[in-house]
Design a protein around this ligand. Structure first.
Ligand code: FE2
Length: 424
């Protein structure tokens, strides 16, 4: 007797399978499981995928849009200024409440693992206290990984380094940084070296906001690759954004990409945010603000898509739907070949899980029983429709259900009908 069987669904790779769950684990996955279960979900014709994963978010700032006022210039730098005001006004309870609401949205969308940067700049570290409380509150359904993020610079802020260390001591999981925001290129490079050494000494992963600028001479990713290699951190280090790579000299990039691959770096572009934040100083042509996604993938560098922001000083929209992120990424990176569209779905599921180091992730026997049933036939159709999440299962429990988004039509000269958006 199983606790739950997901019957007749189509897995992302295209094969049909039943998934049987006992407790928190997948107990069996096979074409036809004929056994008793306490609950059966009929997923015939629907896509059954491992949960969505977001490797780049800012949970302390989310759902604060317009507080204390909107970002009029739309730039990264005005967003940083606004957040600098907000983080001292917001109480711990407020931040937890806003983030909990976001986590409700995420759960309803099948987004069950999130890496969130948490600002370690203010001496009160209320942001860190709030996010540690949140991590504990949602642990039954969302794996929340926290990154110590010195938003105002490791060195540019007087207590930047000290507070980052305090945050790690409080239990924050990953080491973050922002080298392009330090006072000089040299200070930025030094910060990357320092942060990688801190991570190596503590056995932690690294995720740096790296070169989030349109300046092609912002080359901190080179230092990140070098330090990763030097300290033996291969497979544990991610460069987020990497937008300056869009404007780098091609000869330089031809040297850089193999070094990144050799160092086992991962890359996390954030297409929704960077398509609106970058290129703001350009007239025409305006640069797209996205790093070299397909070129990195061709070198074997893991590239995932991140959400980054929802309703905060940097981004005025957002829904916690990683399919929105994949949809935008697919467009801006021009990933329109069938294989590339499918890969965009893999990027917001398996690749992001790999980047976050989630050991128990996936649809196989023994994995944590977390999955999402989508009103779509294939991964590509899921990106096209961004459809209802018919059921979301987290660690063996059904935590969300939605109904199909079908329309009832009454058209002149046509019989009454239900029109599905799906082609099947
Ligand atoms: Fe970010």
């Amino acid at each position: 007797m199983f606790d739950l069987i997901i019957k007749g669904g189509t897995l992302p790779e295209g094969r049909r399978a039943d998934i049987a769950i006992t407790g928190e684990r997948i107990a069996a996955i096979a074409p036809d499981i004929n056994a008793e279960a306490r609950e059966v979900i009929d997923a015939s014709g629907d896509l059954v995928a491992p949960p969505f994963v977001d490797p780049h978010f800012h949970m302390d700032a989310t759902l604060s849009y317009g507080t204390p006022r909107v970002n009029a210039s739309g730039t990264l730098l005005e967003g940083i200024d606004l957040w600098g005001e907000l983080r001292d006004l917001a109480t711990i309870d407020e931040m937890v409440e806003r983030a909990l609401t976001y986590c409700d949205w995420a759960a309803s969308m099948g987004l069950l693992a999130i890496r969130s940067h948490v600002d370690t700049t203010p001496d009160h570290l209320n942001t860190v206290t709030a996010m540690l409380e949140l991590r504990d509150k949602v642990k039954g359904y969302i794996d929340l990984q926290l990154v110590a993020f010195p938003q105002d610079g490791l060195y540019r802020s007087v207590t930047g380094r000290e507070n980052l260390i305090r945050a790690l001591d409080m239990g924050v999981d990953v080491v973050g940084g922002i080298p392009h925001f330090e006072r000089s290129m040299a200070a930025g490079a030094e910060s990357v070296k320092d942060l990688c050494e801190i991570a190596a000494a503590r056995g932690l992963m690294v995720d740096i906001h790296c070169d989030e600028t349109d300046d092609p001479l912002s080359r901190h990713v080179e230092t990140l690759a070098y330090e990763t290699q030097r300290l033996g951190l291969q497979g544990r280090v991610a460069g987020s954004h990497l937008t300056s790579m869009h404007s780098m000299d091609n000869y330089y990039v031809s040297k850089l990409l193999p070094l990144m691959a050799e160092a086992g770096l991962s890359a996390i572009p954030n297409p929704l945010i960077n398509i609106v934040l970058q290129g703001r100083h350009d007239t025409f042509p305006k640069r797209r603000g996205l790093t070299r996604v397909k070129e990195m993938q061709a070198m074997g560098i893991p590239v995932g898509w991140g959400q980054d922001c929802v309703l905060d000083p940097w981004y005025s929209l957002g829904t916690a739907d990683m399919l929105d992120v994949a949809f935008m990424g697919l467009h801006v990176a021009q990933m329109t070949h069938p294989e590339e569209m499918t890969r965009c779905f893999t990027m917001v599921t398996e690749t992001n899980a790999q980047i976050m180091g989630l050991q128990e992730y996936g649809l196989h026997k023994g994995a944590l029983a977390s999955l999402v049933v989508l009103d779509a036939a294939t991964p590509t159709e899921a990106i096209r429709l961004r459809p209802a999440r018919l059921a979301v299962v987290a660690k063996g429990k059904v935590i969300a259900r939605s109904s199909r988004g079908d329309a009832r039509l009454s058209l002149p000269g046509r019989p009454e009908m239900i029109r599905r958006r799906r082609l099947d």
